[in-house]
Design a protein around this ligand. Structure first.
Ligand SMILES: [Fe+2]
Ligand SMILES: [Fe+2]
Length: 377
């Protein structure tokens, strides 16, 4: 009876032992699976206290291109990329000595020379007795992220470079534009002066006409920029005279009918010279040359235009040109006094000249006189 009981206990114990063994085998298999998965997927390494590698995972070998046997026993610097500064590793060891931890981004070099980036976390490693025997490190592959970062940095640099280049180019263009404008101004002024000098006018005549046109343009409401352009274009009003024969142009006596016809062709001739230009300033000069002898009441030439059918540029230049012819000394005549000139303008208001411009002239006569006295022949 006693023996039966003993046998019964032994049977139960052995069944329990068997069950326990079975369970522990299952747990062991599960643990092995976990370790295998860890080895396969986690970039993991262990080092001794001096940084010499004691273990690497399969994932470490896969990413670095080395066999485990090539790594174990070597210093960790075997995968160090030359792009990484020594300062980073100095900081790493300082941190490990002080806190036993470190984490940061590291660029590593593969066996084949190419690179990969990891986010590395280093922790202390202890043996079963609790002694600190080294470090283990777990890494995340961040190569794609870093490549994107590097690309956008390059893109940023390139953008900055491009912007710099554009700024330089714009500066060049502005300078060139300024230069072209200056050249245009000079050419137009010189052409105007040539035309005037052929007919015994002085260079100061075109300078004064230029200033008078600007005063009139501003006060009759043209925008500042347009008024400035008209100032530049108006010296060309008599450019057509370069095509008038000397014998007519400088005839000391009065013209006969044919000579008058030739002389009066200078607006048309000037217009023909300038009309093909695409340049805003020369287009303006063409209008000025063409219409500066038209009169408000339609009695002018070459087209007997009337009132506002005459371009404002023509009307303005007409008044400025006549004022200067009267207000300054000429080789053949003395300047008129102001009172005399004012009387004439009053008389010609609405006949020769646009009445609105005559009104502006009367209001601004002081400004006209300043210009007259500034450019004395
Ligand atoms: Fe003229
Ligand atoms: Fe003139």
């Amino acid at each position: 009876m006693k023996n039966d009981k003993k046998n019964d206990v032994e049977t139960r114990l052995s069944a329990q032992a068997e069950e326990f063994l079975k369970q522990s085998q299952i747990v062991k298999a599960e643990l092995e699976d976990l370790v295998n998965a860890f080895e396969k997927n986690v970039i993991f390494s262990k080092t001794d206290l001096n940084g010499k590698i004691t273990h690497v995972s399969k994932a470490f070998c896969d990413i670095s291109g080395y066999e485990a046997i090539e790594l174990v026993g070597k210093p960790h610097s075997i995968v160090r990329h030359p792009d990484m500064s020594k300062e980073v590793f100095k900081g790493l060891w300082e941190s490990l000595h002080k806190t036993l931890h470190w984490s940061g981004e590291v660029k590593n070099r593969r066996k084949d020379g190419s690179f990969y980036w990891v986010l590395s976390k280093i922790e202390p490693d202890y043996n079963a007795r609790g002694e600190h025997i080294g470090y283990y490190s777990v890494r995340e592959n961040i190569t794609s992220k870093k490549e994107v970062e590097e690309l956008s940095k390059e893109l940023e640099n390139w953008n900055a470079h491009l912007e710099e280049m554009m700024t330089e180019r714009i500066k060049d263009i502005i300078l060139l534009n300024k230069d072209i404008k200056e050249t245009q101004k000079e050419v137009i002024f010189t052409m105007g002066a040539i035309a005037e000098s052929r007919s015994k006018e002085t260079g100061n005549h075109v300078k004064r006409v230029a200033e008078y046109t600007k005063i009139l343009a501003i006060h009759c409401g043209l925008p500042e920029e347009e008024a400035e352009m008209l100032k530049l274009a108006s010296p060309m009003h008599d450019i057509g005279k370069v095509a008038i024969p000397d014998a007519v142009l400088n005839k000391p006596a009065a013209f006969n009918e044919d000579e008058r016809k030739i002389m009066n062709s200078h607006p048309q001739l000037g217009y023909e010279m300038l009309k093909h230009s695409e340049r805003e300033l020369l287009k303006m000069a063409a209008i000025v040359a063409h219409e500066h002898h038209e009169k408000w009441d339609g009695s002018g030439y070459p087209n007997a235009l009337k009132g506002e059918n005459i371009h404002i540029y023509g009307r303005i230049t007409a008044l400025a040109d006549v004022f200067d012819a009267l207000a300054s000394d000429r080789v053949y005549k003395k300047a008129w006094d102001l009172e005399h000139i004012m009387a004439l303008f009053k008389e010609e208001r609405g006949k020769h000249f646009d009445p609105r411009l005559v009104d502006i002239f009367f209001e601004r006569v002081d400004e006209f006189l300043v210009v007259r006295d500034m450019f004395v022949d």
